[in-house]
Design a protein around this ligand. Structure first.
Ligand code: HEM
Ligand SMILES: *[C@@H]1O[C@H](CO)[C@@H](O)[C@H](O)[C@H]1NC(C)=O
Ligand SMILES: *[C@@H]1O[C@H](CO)[C@@H](O)[C@H](O)[C@H]1NC(C)=O
Ligand SMILES: *[C@@H]1O[C@H](CO)[C@@H](O)[C@H](O)[C@H]1NC(C)=O
Length: 332
């Protein structure tokens, strides 16, 4: 190759711009790649897919639970499997506080099974946080949702603290302003908030999260007949706290845009769901997604890809846990 002797300012300027752009990309994200395990564990994604899909066939509540588990993991200090750690004598873990929010056991079990299979195939290679990111994606598409590429190379956290939960996750009582602020703190727009909330097109919620809206004085935003049905479904729930209702009563097991169509006719389950259809900052997206499922899927994928790289740890900022529920060492 010959050495260039002519000085070309345009090229130099373009190169400088590229360098600046490269510097602006957060380093942690930059290190994640879709083929991260290509040499070290080429079947990693297949093994996760097969294991969690079998789990979903045996226990159909797995998928929605796993999507929610992933959201909670990522929202609390990044997608680092901190939510999977169990408490021990020295530490009350995130999960202990989050369990009050009824995270389902099936979802934890799906990750544990995938990890067990991976430790046999390629011991010590695949992180629990990558497993959870892949599992959420696979199960989502199994329910009919959009498929998207998941970049890999996350490390698992060294910390998981119960006291990091309170006030840092959205709540069925949060106002739209609180939701917008909580998401904005992490770089998510109101549009992302509405798209991600579309995950409530699957799964269920327990009566304590919404029963107050439907009686004795029903929320005027609720469809009266829907309110009456919900009131009856939750009758006596204080004594039977396990009663739960599908988030999307029309197509509960299908990942589609029915959640938004329900909101348009006053059939949102949580106060936060219904409020998105009324607030002037969010209602335009509810309308858009109710009318156009393609637009919903497009924005949902964009927001999930963003969520999937939020606050990830790489290099020595984390480890590949041998068990997803324990740090590798008690000594930090
Ligand atoms: C915007 C604020 C949000 C609030 C206030 C909220 C709140 C809730 C509540 C209270 C439940 C019911 C839990 C139960 O009683 O078992 C629930 C379920 C669920 N949430 Fe959310 N959530 C929000 C956003 C999200 C996001 C962004 C996702 C995922 C991308 C998500 C995914 C789910 C799923 C899939 C379920 C069903 C879980 C199951 O069936 O086990 N949520 N959510
Ligand atoms: C769970 O909720 C109960 C009642 O709201 C509360 O007293 C308890 O401290 C919570 N547990 C954790 C681990 O946060
Ligand atoms: C919502 O807020 C009210 C008032 O602060 C509280 O009494 C109620 O328990 C909350 N609901 C839930 C589901 O936490
Ligand atoms: C629905 O949204 C997609 C994606 O944004 C767009 O290409 C398409 O034109 C929209 N369809 C209608 C009927 O508006």
């Amino acid at each position: 190759m010959g050495v260039r002797t002519t000085f070309r300012p345009a090229v130099a300027a373009a190169a400088a711009v590229l360098l600046l752009l490269a510097a602006a990309v957060p380093v942690a994200e930059g290190r994640l790649t879709v083929d991260y395990y290509a040499r070290t564990c080429p079947k990693a994604a297949d093994i996760v897919a097969e294991t969690v899909m079998n789990k979903q066939i045996a226990s159909p509540t797995t998928a929605a639970g796993t999507i929610r588990l992933f959201f909670h993991d990522c929202f609390l200090d990044g997608c680092d499997a901190s939510v999977l750690v169990s408490s021990n004598a020295f530490n009350r873990a995130e999960r202990d506080a989050d369990i009050n929010l009824s995270l389902p056991g099936d979802a934890f079990d799906a990750v544990v099974r995938a990890k067990t299979a991976l430790e046999l195939a390629c011991p010590g290679i695949v992180s629990c946080s990558d497993i959870l990111a892949l599992a959420a994606r696979d199960l989502l598409s199994m329910l009919g949702g959009p498929f998207y590429a998941v970049r890999l190379g996350r490390k698992d956290s060294f910390v998981s603290r119960a006291d990091a939960v309170e006030g840092h996750l959205p709540h069925s009582n949060s106002s739209v302003s609180q939701l917008i602020a909580l998401f904005a703190e992490r770089g998510f727009s109101p549009r992302d908030l509405v798209a991600l909330s579309g995950a409530h097109t699957v799964g269920f919620a327990h009566c304590k999260e919404f029963a107050g809206r439907f009686g004795p004085q029903p929320d005027p935003a609720a469809d009266p007949q829907f309110a009456e049905t919900m009131r009856r479904a939750c009758a006596g729930y204080a004594d039977r706290p396990t009663i739960a209702v599908f988030n999307d009563v029309m197509t509960p097991n299908k990942f589609d845009n029915m959640y938004f169509r329900n909101l348009r006719r006053g059939m949102g389950l949580l106060a936060t769901d219904q409020a998105l259809a009324a607030d002037r900052r969010t209602r335009r997206y509810v309308r858009l997604y109710a009318a156009n499922q393609t637009a919903f899927f497009q924005d949902f994928v964009h927001a999930m890809e963003k969520l999937s790289v939020y606050g990830v740890k790489t290099g020595r900022k984390g480890e590949v846990r041998r068990r997803c529920d324990e740090f590798n060492s008690l000594l930090v």
